[in-house]
Design a protein around this ligand. Sequence first.
Ligand code: BGC
Length: 715
Amino acid sequence: MKKVLATLIFTAAVLTLSAAPATPKYKDPARKTDERVEDLLGRMTLQEKLGQLSQTLLASPADAMAGVKDGSTGSFCCVKSHLPSVADRNALQRAAVEQSRLGIPLYFGFDVIHGFKTLFPTPLGMAASWDPGLVKQAAVAAAAEGASWGMDIAFSPMVDVSRDARWGRISECFGEDVLMNRRFGRACVEGYQGTDLKNKLSMGSCVKHFVGYGAALGGRDYQFTELSERALRETYLPSFHECIEAGAVSVMSAFNDISGSPASANPFTLTKVLRGEWGFRGFVLSDWDAVYELEMHGIAGDDAQAAVAALSAGVDIEMKTKTYISTLEKSLAEKKIDIKTIDEAVRRVLRVKFDLGLFDDPYTDESLQKTQIKTDEKKALSRKAAGECMVLLKNNGVLPLKGKERNIAVIGNWANCLDIFGWWTGAVDERDGVTVMQGIAAAAPKGTQVINGSMGRMMKPEVAVVCVGESGSMFGEDHNRSDITLPWGQAEMIRQIKERGSKVVAVVFNGRPLALEEIMPYVDALVIAWHPGSESGNALADVLYGKVNPSGKLPVTFPRSTGQVPLFYCDRPSGRPDKDTYIDMDAKPLFPFGFGLSYTTFDYSDLTVAGNVDAKSEATVSVTVTNTGKAAGKEVVQLYIHDKVASVTQPDKKLIDFTKIELAPGASQVVTFKVTARQLEILGRDLKPVLEPGEFDVWAGGSSESGLHALLTAK
Ligand code: BGC
């Protein structure tokens, strides 16, 4: 009997096992991503597909739950004012994975622009370091903080080349130069994403804003951009291409209209170039409301037309507005869009979710924050980065402070305040930083009286550190200025302090190049600090006291007046170069691109060019750099070229390489750059890259307006 019973039990068990549904292919981590994507796609309803193409602003986790469960939300855009806790994030994710029909995980995106909880300098400030390796380390740190908070995608880097100081968002890019935006963009992508996207401390990168956004007319945000295909290909596209080559998983389409075709419905940029020419396989996310705004641009009469225009041009996910999910089913029935286009967009989204590891490991380990957020290492890195980014523009010997000053007054709007975090402030607590006053008080040797704020204005301090500039709300998105001089009578304050007889060290906190000519006669030293982040005061004290020898160089031209804007180093020559001026002022900048002083001096000698460049061989350009001063210091060695005669006019100067070196006093180093055909290629009349034989000017030096000159030949 026992035997019969055992046989029955065994048979029942086998039957139960064989009746259990097989694990769907898409849930099997052992299968290839593309196979998993196709399997999942084949199981999805149209509404579920449209849900994946719909990104919701996460205002309240409780309110968002229904859309997660029914699959109508595929991802969330998180903002600082409503940042979910990790527990909230995991609860939403659990609902997606366990309670939606197919269990497709969500992703959470956030503007990790220059840090998350530990802030680094603003991107424009970071570019002043001319050190992509450092920026990569900052991106690694920012991603670790963001990821430990449950954020999966960083809406960064912004690689919009910008040459207009009036535009508030110039603070978010890496300056006016193409190569700078390429190198720093790549550094960010590599830093956020790391070598393994599935790593719990890395984030996917969403490169923005594709494309041409930095060329907004008049420096007014969101405005029309008039961009020829040449301008796009020469100036605005290369930084995005570099980020795609670095492996960025997503791209954000921009708000601007590009010569009649808005960037968020532009088949040329989004499909022909991005997918066709560059082979991008990730997804494109629209900027905030940008699909709906196609109606304001006047290329769509209603939500349905806007959705069709954006999706068919190549925008896969709509951020915030809901035109896709509310209209595409009808448009499909009316044959205004086809299912292949929808499927292809969904495929791209799913592929990235698989690549990020969200299907196999969807939750954030809540204990990670303890070891990742605001660690001492990250604070130290932020302090280091801020010090490396400060640019010394004038110094008559007052700096570095000698430590023997009887008294130092720390004066001005930014002396004692923390409005030095930039416009995007990550998820930082606004009180969590080091003020200038705190930094200087901590660094000043015993015996120095450090006088705080307005008291200092009344007295006649030996040295006045005057902290001036722009608040975080004077730049950034939709915060443009028609006048880029110092606001609120700060220039007059500097003059008065100087006239009372103090030595004036002006420290400028800024998000854009400012026109500082009026203060120059009254300052003994001028430091551009940008908005330096969490460790602002400490980093500034390091620089003022010479613990850090300044090595930052300008990533943007500083004009004399707003009237000169746009002013940048790499414009094309005119037929009358000597007439390139104004009747009422000099046309030259106050401080050129690439300029910055140090507490030591560097001498350049022996510029030599070896070899010619052709398709197969490269030349080398070598220059000897000597530290001729008394302090150890870092120098950014910059290499510029000019194609003397070409079929298409070429910039007066073009940065083709740079490196940062460190030299002890008296030490010399031979810096050697390789010059390849690719660096000398131009876009010919047919817009194809070509190496045209002929002579090139070459300069190697410490700024775009200095340097030794030689000639180089392309064969
Ligand atoms: C900005 C983007 C940002 C997005 C989400 C938009 O207004 O243009 O840069 O990523 O908001 O916060």
